[in-house]
Ligand binder design. Structure first.
Ligand SMILES: Nc1nc2c(ncn2[C@@H]2O[C@H](COP(=O)(O)OP(=O)(O)OP(=O)(O)O)[C@@H](O)[C@H]2O)c(=O)[nH]1
Ligand SMILES: [Mg+2]
Length: 620
């Protein structure tokens, strides 16, 4: 039986909670701002040192300096508890942002005072506006010499108008900040002091959570975690009612399936720590253990009257890559987990926690993994190789949809910033990839900002070409726009591959001779095999070469002479670069120790046959 209580009376006793997400384009300073908020809230004891970008706590996040997974923390400010969710800014992890926006009542939208509104600023703000959230705009990095904070505020305003924001959303508060230096202020002429103005803005402008602690329990899982002692943990936002340690609840899955279980452990957040608690109520964010098959999107509901919340809908993946078992001659020599079963188990596990990705077994020991972009899929592959997996990756393909009998493909919004002298080349190259220019603006630092709409297919493999064409000075950013009718053939790599015709170890003498043919990917002594790609040819069309041809078999002294040979350092590609580089008839071989590129058909005769078949199929 449920006690009948006076609601307004109870509201007063409810903890004062604010739930916010920090959203922005990549690198605009979200995680750094969260550091500042953690530090200045007094959540930490004086002797506790806070690491830089403390929330980016997994290995790849630390190495690359980017946020991949959204994470939550809680701070106290005066008599308020503020739950903060730090989100990733890279477009490929947009799904992380989408799912957490439903868990908060307000957002801090950060915009770099120099870069201004970028593709992912649009994407995340659009999602926030659609959910009716009112942003607090934080113009960050105002310390940068080329900062133009006023221009940036205008850009945000124009963007909100373009996104059909309502009047209330258009009256967004604006603060000017340097997250790294730990201050925010209402007026550019104010002193640089601390983040107090931002704390106050959060308390004033973010609405209190709407739920009711006396209602039937409804909490929704937005992130999963794992603990060796208690097993799967669901991080949930409680929308109504209470959750108690030891209490029995019903877990309602997205498909409506129900199961009952007890909460074995209830965990609250405080700064970077997790603390065991006995009870939490509507409005709060807590972690729940005790449900073995808890998943993202599930509702933890009252056992006597389970009322599910809407499942989390997020945008569909736009890109897919086929993972398959390594069947090359070096298979199993470097990895621990190499079988189809192991790969399937690992991919299935990933799909449970990552609702922005999908996996489809294709039979013949291969699996189609779909996500938002090469980086998202590349990071999964990178994590797997670190765990000891070995596998092959095929060229990324966009996810094509059929709508009312029309073939549709994903389009992206692309923004490039390039020094003026390179704009001609970049526009020409993008034209070949079916991009349409939508605007061109000279920037204060002498570069030109050019915006395009481009089929996502056209972007595959473009980044490395772009960096070469702009001598590394160009900056490109893109994020998903929408599905549009299919645009026909898009130009891809023009250079052929240099293919090894033999098995063994590469010899310096022979690599030296091959350097004139193109750019090599390998060093002397690298293991090579027949059909492995060892470099990019300077010309179109593949070329079979022999990287083993040395003189050391006939003349001992040449081994010493080999050391004296001056070789150009090879082009070492990251997993994502390799994935973008390859063509349809090539694969990336990923092992814990190496990233190699190979032809799908290792045997030259089979390769020629496949090429002929493909040509005939295209002609008919
Ligand atoms: N000049 C300047 N640099 C800043 C400021 N705030 C952050 N940065 C720098 O900007 C870079 C990116 O900061 P992060 O906090 O990782 O940015 P982020 O938005 O969390 O990035 P993602 O999570 O990858 O989207 C780091 O090198 C920071 O030191 C600032 O106020 N001024
Ligand atoms: Mg970050």
């Amino acid at each position: 039986m449920r006690a009948i209580t006076n609601n307004s009376q109870d509201r007063k006793n409810m903890q004062k909670i604010k739930n916010i997400a920090v959203i922005a384009h990549v690198d605009h300073g979200k995680t750094t701002l969260v550091d500042g908020l953690l530090q200045q809230s007094g959540t930490f004891e004086d002797h506790q040192e806070l690491e830089e970008r403390a929330m980016d706590n997994n290995d790849i996040e630390k190495e690359r300096g980017i946020t991949i997974l959204s994470k939550n923390t809680a701070i106290t400010y005066g008599d308020h508890k503020i739950n903060i969710i730090d989100t990733p800014g890279h477009a490929d992890f947009g799904g992380e942002v989408e799912r957490v926006l439903k868990m908060v009542d307000g957002v801090l939208l950060l915009v770099d005072a120099q870069e201004g509104v970028m593709p992912q600023t649009k994407f995340v703000l659009k999602k926030a506006i659609e959910l009716g959230l009112k942003p607090i705009v934080v113009v960050n990095k105002i310390d940068k010499p080329a900062a133009e904070p006023e221009r940036v505020v205008d850009e945000v305003f124009d963007l909100l108008v373009a996104l059909d924001a309502d009047d209330e959303q258009l009256e967004f508060p604006v603060l000017y900040a340097a997250a790294r230096d730990g201050y925010a202020k209402w007026d550019l002429s104010d002193e640089n002091e601390n983040l107090t103005p931002l704390f106050e803005a959060i308390i004033e402008h973010v609405p209190y959570p709407k739920g009711d602690a006396q209602e039937y329990t409804q909490a929704q899982v937005f992130t999963l975690d794992y603990d060796n002692f208690v097993g799967r943990i669901g991080i949930t936002r409680i929308f109504n009612g209470k959750v108690k340690k030891g209490g029995e609840y019903t877990l309602v899955k997205a498909d409506g399936e129900k199961s009952k279980s007890r909460i074995s452990k209830l965990i609250g957040f405080k700064g970077l720590e997790r603390i065991e608690i006995d009870e939490a109520e509507a409005g709060d964010i807590v972690a729940i253990a005790g449900f073995n098959d808890i998943d993202v999107g599930d509702t933890v509901a009252d056992a006597s009257n389970p009322l599910p919340l809407d499942p989390l809908h997020i945008e569909e993946p736009t890109l897919s890559v086929i993972f398959s078992v390594n069947d090359g001659p070096l298979a199993g020599t470097e990895g621990k987990h190499v079988t189809s079963n192991k790969i399937r188990e690992r991919l299935e596990k990933e799909m449970e926690t990552n609702i922005a990705m999908k996996m489809e077994p294709l039979g013949d020991a291969s699996f189609k993994v779909s996500g938002r972009g090469e980086l998202q899929i590349g990071i999964l592959a990178e994590n797997m190789r670190r765990e000891g997996f070995e596998f092959l990756l095929a060229r990324p393909e966009v996810v094509i949809k059929e709508e009312n009998g029309v073939r549709m493909e994903p389009f992206e919004h692309l923004v490039v910033d390039v020094p003026e002298e390179f704009q001609g080349t970049v526009i020409e190259k993008l034209g070949k990839r079916k991009a349409e220019m939508t605007s061109m603006t000279p920037m204060p630092d002498g570069t030109v900002r050019i915006e395009f709409e481009i089929p996502a297919r056209g972007l595959i493999g473009f980044r490395s070409e772009f960096l070469t064409d702009t001598k590394g000075e160009g900056v490109m950013n893109h994020s998903f726009l929408e599905y549009r009718p299919y645009t026909g053939t898009v130009e891809s790599r023009t250079q052929g591959a240099l293919i090894s015709m033999d098995n063994g170890e590469a010899v310096a003498f022979s690599l030296y001779n091959l350097q004139a043919r193109g750019v090599l990917f390998i060093k002397p002594q690298a293991k090579v095999y027949n059909g492995m790609v060892i470099g990019e040819s300077a010309r179109p069309g593949d070329l079979e070469v022999n990287p083993l041809k040395g003189k050391q078999l006939t003349n001992m002294r040449s081994a010493g002479a080999d050391d004296a040979i001056k070789l150009v350092p090879p082009r070492e590609m990251t997993l994502e670069q390799a994935m973008e580089w390859i063509e349809d008839d090539e694969l990336v071989e990923v092992t814990p120790e190496n990233i190699r590129i190979r032809k799908k058909h290792l045997d030259p005769a089979a390769r020629r046959r496949a090429a002929r078949d493909k040509k005939n199929a295209a002609a008919s």
